[in-house]
Design a protein around this ligand. Structure first.
Ligand code: MLT
Ligand code: MN
Ligand code: ZN
Length: 304
């Protein structure tokens, strides 16, 4: 299978439009070795022709323009996007659906019932799109059952609920439910190769660890380096764990968790603009390298 990282940044992207933090400032002024990043999404295919999008970023237009394999091939209107899978209802993961409203066919959207609720209430994208291309909603099962997606050949999916949070706008932000956020295993049926995708991971519980031990490649939450990163930079009072993101450093952090997984290729994804790992010459980046952890970037393609 082929995985294309369309966007490797967290909400806001990098640099963020109104941000003057150490990273955003230095990147804008050419004072740092690092890459700009659009907001969080990947595309997956086994035939290089029919693609499943994981999440639809507000930056989707530029992401598709940078990726010829997914562009129109035949007829007056065409796309390689055959379906969309949403891992939560966050603005950075869903807003791109509005940019796909010109679609000739209904958008085939796979998500949990909790995400469907958010996208018909707090952020009624599905309702709005009824006046455009319309949405066919397919509910993702959460209890370990696998599912397949028409036209996405040779792939099978398993989803499980994660300890995280519904978005700030969600009517149930303060009442977490199974399915507000999910992690997904993507398995190629013919080869048995597996990838685990979890860009919003608040806690590596027993089930997440068991899953990580079974796969060949991990694409997991790379949002923050420290729990208080946004506080110390004077950006927000919110701590990483509070908003559903496990920081990389420190006790019980993502590095420690990933070190328990000996065999998989490991990538961080959904990286916030405040994270020091964005500086390719930073100490923090060296620590990741020493631990065998890679930092994904826009345009990265992983062949598995
Ligand atoms: C998050 O994952 O917490 C988001 O990136 C927040 C946002 O979209 O503003
Ligand atoms: Mn996000
Ligand atoms: Zn910034």
């Amino acid at each position: 299978m082929k995985i294309r990282v369309l966007g490797s940044g967290a909400g806001g992207g990098f640099p963020q439009w109104n941000c003057n933090c150490h990273n955003c400032h230095r990147l804008r002024h050419g004072e740092m070795k690092g890459k700009a990043r659009t907001q969080s999404s990947i595309a997956v295919s086994t035939d290089n022709k029919n693609w499943l999008l994981f999440n639809t970023s507000p930056d989707i237009r530029a992401q598709l323009e940078a990726f010829p394999a997914i562009q129109p091939k035949e007829g007056i209107r065409d796309t390689g996007i055959k379906a969309i899978l949403l891992i939560d209802s966050q603005i950075d993961h869903t807003t791109g659906m509005l940019m796909l409203r010109e679609s000739r066919n209904p958008l085939e959207v796979y998500c949990t019932d909790m995400v469907q609720q958010d996208l018909t209430t707090g952020f009624p994208l599905f309702t709005m799109l009824e006046s455009y291309c319309t949405v066919n909603y397919h509910q993702i099962p959460l209890r370990g059952q696998s599912f397949t997606i028409p036209e996405i050949e040779d792939l099978r999916f398993y989803a499980h609920a994660l300890q995280s949070k519904a978005p700030p706008y969600s009517p149930h932000r303060d009442f977490p439910h199974d399915g507000d956020n999910i992690g997904v295993v993507i398995e190629q049926i013919s080869t048995g190769k597996k990838v685990y995708y979890a860009p919003g991971l608040g806690e590596v519980d027993r089930r997440v660890m068991e899953t990580m031990l079974q796969v060949d490649c991990l694409l997991v939450d790379g949002t923050f380096w420290t729990d208080d990163e946004m506080c110390t930079q004077g950006i927000s009072h919110k701590r990483a764990r509070e908003i559903g993101h496990l920081p990389q450093s420190g006790e019980g952090g993502m590095i420690e968790m990933l070190n328990k997984v000996p065999n998989a290729r490991k990538f961080l994804i959904h990286i916030n603009n405040t994270n020091p790992i964005l500086d390719e010459e930073s100490e923090e980046r060296k620590i990741l390298e020493q631990n065998g952890i890679e930092v994904s970037y826009d345009g990265l393609e992983i062949d598995l």
